[in-house]
Design a protein around this ligand. Structure first.
Ligand code: 1GP
Length: 239
């Protein structure tokens, strides 16, 4: 079987269609050497602002994928699509209900060979996504590991996403999750604002997602690319 579209990603910038980004900043992000741009957001994402952002990213060759958290925003033309599911919520709609509705209405339109389920564990109680999905974020390391096994071993989800959006997470917990995975690729995102944090995240997860800092400190954001790529090279050398 060939590698999935995200199979080699080590560093990813996540851009929110609902947040303005000027052409210079977008060019710097796309030309930074990152492996891909992930388009997604927790609120205010529409078909129109997603189309607009995609068309601007397409001036560059950087691969670009969409997190499809609402069916109406299913814009064609991305290199890949992730369908998020939140594991640690008691609101079943975020686990499978919304996804089932979307597939009922739009499933026939999806380019399935470029679609991957993305199992989220949401861990920052103050993030928009945690509030929106009513995620149970006060998990122990054992509980995080157990939810990860639900995704990896029971559901065989291709991507497990530890989401600390807005705050830098517990790298020991992230490393433990990675060490216990049998097949899923581990995405880490949340609070990366320096090259050193990016390096630590790259030592802990397979793929490092950098979001907010793009909008408030471009230089710092760009420094995370080299930090992750170098860390990945070191690990490839050691292992
Ligand atoms: C958000 O995981 C990403 O979904 C990145 O988090 O915005 O905190 O970098 P930050």
């Amino acid at each position: 079987m060939s590698s999935p579209f995200y199979g080699n990603w080590r560093h990813v910038f996540k851009l929110d269609p609902d947040r303005p980004i000027d052409d210079d900043r977008l060019a710097a992000v796309c030309l930074s050497g990152t492996d891909a741009i992930l388009v997604g957001g927790s609120s205010g994402v529409t078909f129109d602002n997603t189309v607009e952002l995609l068309s601007r990213i397409r001036r560059f060759e950087t691969p670009c994928a969409l997190e499809l958290s609402s069916a109406e925003c299913g814009v064609p033309g991305f290199d890949g699509y992730f369908i998020p599911m939140v594991l640690n919520t008691e609101q079943g709609g975020w686990i499978a209900g919304r996804q089932a509705e979307a597939l009922r209405d739009y499933g026939r339109l999806l380019p399935w060979e470029q679609v991957a389920g993305e199992a989220y564990i949401v861990l920052n109680p103050d993030s928009t996504v945690a509030r929106l999905t009513e995620a149970k974020t006060d998990l122990t390391a054992d509980e995080i590991a157990a939810y990860s096994q639900v995704a990896d071993r029971l559901w065989r989800a291709p991507v497990l996403y530890l989401e600390y959006s807005g705050t830098f997470g517990d790298m020991a917990a992230v490393r433990r999750v990675r060490s216990e995975l049998t097949q899923a690729r581990l995405f880490y995102g949340g609070g990366i604002r320096t090259a050193e944090q990016a390096r630590q995240a790259a030592l802990s997860a397979h793929t490092v997602v950098v979001g907010n800092v793009v909008y408030d400190d471009l230089e710092a954001a760009l420094s995370t690319v080299e930090a992750v790529i170098n860390s990945a090279k070191e690990q490839d050398h050691v292992f």
